[in-house]
Design a protein around this ligand. Structure first.
Ligand code: C5P
Length: 235
């Protein structure tokens, strides 16, 4: 059985290499993995990722949200394979051919292949934003539609907000991986996150993994914050 700590990916959202390395050291053994995203990757590239994760570092969630023609996305996934990410992200709105190409590229890594997760509708967009780019479907419906297409195209799962978990779980079944940001322990500041759940609530709703950033990284003692979150989940 996986422990509560294994479910947590800490979002290391920084362009500072030293800070990312220090955080990783502090969180060793306390979280299930580390999420490095676009800002860190643009600043430091694969060498920076290696410098943070190291040879036997924590599982890597490489969150680059790739979105391009199938051939280019497949090339991006292949280029990332030497970093041995456990998870990578692509945009589901790139369509079935693009998603299949990403999955095929990931499969070249064999048993150690990264799981490919899809981004559905960015949580920064509401119904009005979707309409302004010509999509009349309400966000909630479009999220489930894209998750369903993602599953049919071979993706391992999607990133989704806590309030989308139940509907996607219903539509895509128990084996579809749901990686969920927008998590706030009761004692943490919400910051710019509007629709949040506590770690225990999100897991009870059906989340597989939790992406938690500032409630850990913004604390004076990140290791203590991670421990406190795990203790809360375990109740
Ligand atoms: O600091 P916080 O816990 O809000 O960090 C959440 C992480 O998850 C950030 O890296 C953020 O970019 C990411 N994320 C999110 N909401 C989404 C998709 C990704 O907060 N819908």
């Amino acid at each position: 059985m996986t422990s509560a700590a294994d479910r947590i990916f800490c979002a290391v959202d920084t362009t500072e290499l030293d800070a990312a390395q220090a955080l990783c050291r502090q969180l060793a053994g306390l979280v299930g993995g580390v999420k490095l995203g676009l800002e860190f990757f643009v600043a430091h590239g694969p060498a920076g990722v290696r410098a943070v994760i190291g040879e036997d570092g924590p599982p890597l969630f490489l969150d680059l949200k790739l979105h391009d023609i199938p051939n280019t996305v497949a090339g991006g996934v292949r280029a990332a394979l030497p970093l041995k990410p456990a998870f990578m992200t692509i945009h589901t709105s790139g369509g079935p051919a693009m998603m299949r190409a990403a999955v095929e590229a990931a499969a070249q890594a064999g048993v150690q292949r990264p799981k490919i997760l899809g981004v559905t509708v960015l949580t920064s967009m509401d119904d009005g934003d979707l309409e302004s780019v010509g999509q009349r479907t309400p966000v909630a419906e479009q999220v489930v539609r894209l998750a369903t297409v993602a599953k049919a195209s071979g993706l391992d799962g999607v990133i989704c907000s806590p309030n989308e978990v139940a509907a996607i779980r219903r539509a895509c079944g128990p084996d579809f991986v749901l990686m969920v940001p927008g998590i706030r322990p009761a004692w943490a500041a919400k910051g710019d996150q509007k629709r949040v759940m506590t770690p225990a609530e999100a897991l009870a709703a059906g989340a597989d993994h939790l992406v938690i950033g500032r409630p850990i990284t913004g604390e004076a003692d990140p290791a203590a914050a991670a421990r406190r979150i795990v203790e809360e989940i375990d109740g």
